[in-house]
Design a protein around this ligand. Structure first.
Ligand code: HEM
Ligand SMILES: *[C@@H]1O[C@H](CO)[C@@H](O)[C@H](O)[C@H]1NC(C)=O
Ligand SMILES: *[C@@H]1O[C@H](CO)[C@@H](O)[C@H](O)[C@H]1NC(C)=O
Length: 512
């Protein structure tokens, strides 16, 4: 046929020119973007790491950075270029650029600017809005409303409750599951923080398993359409976990709606539920359905955030103490000194338990659960900072550019932290540079639960170290390794949504 005969040739020319034109366009866009940021040195790759494909591919020079690059590279890329702001530019699926920042003064400028100069780039939070809108992924008036709703939950009184509840949970753990054991072996430290292993009536998974599967398989749950989830075993498991988590959250909401006892209504969930009660809504505010409420429950705040971030930070703290028995002993002596009569520490002891807080902070510095805090520039602006030679440099920032506060870049910046790869809790004992510590982000949009996390961290570490000695589990397959190899093995970490240890086997030996 004439038509096909013609079109085969025409078609290939057509396709060829479309591809060539598209490539040319991408290349020109890429060049224009580089010109817009005045060729600020940095990463140049073909694929962007923020796409779905980018999240799945391993780091490959020139092709892709890999989503883990903040954690894996730390301050390296800044040191290489002699400046604490670098760029990252990719050409596909479109020319995309961002600036990575590891300079204290520039970060301070960004997080403390009122008004809308450096808003959150809400497009980057789609993973977190999977369960609905939430506080972390909101801006402007919507954010103010969320913050107002959750604020009463973060009172001083509740900080005390966090301490009491945490110590009670730890003591119960020692008295029940760990009772009568000289040594408790935990194959993976992250398992420790959820001692509740009973599957309640009407459920097929524990809350912990549902939560863990959903957060681990988050990419899967997002990528695979629901109808296709019955197809393989791991898809089915992810779907079950997702449904179970939904069921647990619904039950938790109902429990709080039924419980009118004020004393019990002090957690985040309760303040949300009660803010949503008819009598507490202002005129014009619409009551949310339970499933909207689950969305509003801020998936990250509730699940990922409250539980996982603190649990992971504690796991790293255990590992660091296990690898540094001298520091562990120093911490123990400090606790013994504060609680000289051997009593259980109370919330009022917290200001004296400085070494416990220092260990928690140092673990958060070395292993920040959240490695990248995204912002954006709402206007054409400039940043001024000194380079490695002490020369003042000006970085040009075009309107709309994404800015990333590079937490490992800052935490391993030798300008602010002497010998940054060394575990030295003492650096948090005296005066320390608070602006160079970004584990909780900072400024107006800093972590609302910071005081809670600090309280929980100090309580867990104090109670545990006062009664147990932590060490790394000896395993026959690793018998020949050196200290450095062992350290690298147990501290190995991956950052998916938050930074987590890959495998951390620990032994807790009761002190005599
Ligand atoms: C060690 C534990 C924790 C770490 C490292 C941490 C870290 C962070 C970071 C980096 C942000 C900013 C995220 C962004 O801008 O994209 C944030 C926000 C937030 N965190 Fe945490 N967090 C922790 C524990 C908690 C806990 C226990 C709670 C609640 C009880 C909590 C509640 C929140 C809330 C509500 C926000 C949103 C604040 C806002 O946007 O106004 N966090 N957290
Ligand atoms: C700092 O000075 C050295 C030696 O003069 C030079 O090679 C290097 O490029 C300078 N670094 C920057 C970031 O300008
Ligand atoms: C830990 O791992 C060992 C061997 O790898 C296994 O025998 C043991 O049952 C595991 N313990 C737990 C609590 O999973």
């Amino acid at each position: 046929m004439i038509v096909t005969g013609l079109s085969l040739e025409t078609l290939s020319i057509l396709v060829g020119s479309v591809v060539a034109l598209r490539a040319l366009q991408l290349f020109l866009d890429f060049r224009r973007l580089l010109a817009n940021i005045h060729h600020l040195p940095g990463h140049r790759t073909i694929l962007s790491s923020s796409t779905v494909l980018g999240r799945l591919l391993p780091p490959t020079p020139l092709l892709i950075l890999g989503h883990d690059h903040f954690w894996l590279l730390k301050h390296g890329p800044f040191a290489e270029r002699g400046l604490d702001i670098i760029s990252a530019v990719a050409c596909w699926p479109k020319a995309m650029g961002s600036m990575l920042i590891a300079d204290v003064n520039v970060i301070k400028d960004i997080v403390w600017s009122r008004g809308e100069r450096f808003p959150k780039p809400l497009g980057q939070y789609t993973v977190l809005t999977f369960f609905g809108e939430n506080i972390i992924a909101s801006e402007g008036n919507e954010w103010k409303r969320y913050r107002k709703v959750v604020a009463p939950g973060f009172s001083e009184k509740n900080k005390r409750l966090v301490w009491d509840a945490t110590t009670q949970i730890m003591l119960d753990l020692f008295d029940t599951m760990w009772a009568g054991q000289e040594e408790v072996v935990v194959n993976h430290s992250v398992d420790l923080t959820f001692p509740d292993d009973v599957i309640p009536l009407g459920h097929q998974l524990t809350f912990k398993d549902a939560l863990r599967t959903v957060t681990q398989d988050l990419t899967l749950t997002i990528l695979v359409p629901r109808w296709a989830m019955g197809l393989t075993k791991s898809f089915r498991r992810a779907r079950l976990a997702f449904d179970e988590l939904h069921r647990y959250l619904t039950e938790m909401i109902h429990e709080r709606q039924e419980s009118k006892d004020e004393e019990d209504n002090n957690d985040l969930l309760s303040s949300l539920v009660s803010a949503n009660d008819n009598e507490n809504l202002s005129k014009g505010e619409v009551r949310l359905s339970d499933s909207e409420l689950i969305g509003k429950l801020q998936f990250q705040t509730l699940a990922e955030h409250d539980y996982i971030t603190t649990a992971h930070a504690l796991s790293f703290a255990f590992a660091l103490l296990a690898l540094h028995p001298d520091k562990q002993e120093e911490m123990y002596q400090h606790i013994k000194h504060v609680l000289s009569d051997g009593r259980i520490p109370t919330y009022d002891d917290m200001p004296s338990l400085t070494y416990s807080s220092a260990v928690f902070n140092e673990a958060l510095r070395m292993f920040p659960p959240v490695c990248a805090v995204p912002k954006s520039s709402a206007e054409d602006t400039t940043f001024t900072l000194t380079d490695v030679n002490g020369t003042l440099k000006t970085v040009v920032v075009p309107k709309g550019l994404d800015l990333i506060l590079d937490v490992p870049g800052l935490h391993y910046n030798p300008k602010y932290w002497e010998d940054p790869f060394a575990f030295k809790p003492e650096r948090f004992l005296g005066d320390w540079n608070r602006d160079a510590f970004l584990a909780f982000s900072g400024g107006y949009r800093g972590c609302a639960g910071r005081k809670f996390a600090e309280t929980e961290g100090a309580a867990v570490l104090t109670i545990l170290i006062s009664q147990y000695i932590i060490s790394i589990k000896d395993e026959p397959q690793f018998a020949g390794e050196t200290y450095e190899q062992r350290k690298a093995r147990v501290l190995d970490a991956r950052s998916m949504l938050t930074l987590a240890p890959t495998r951390l086997p620990l032994v807790f030996r009761r002190r005599t």
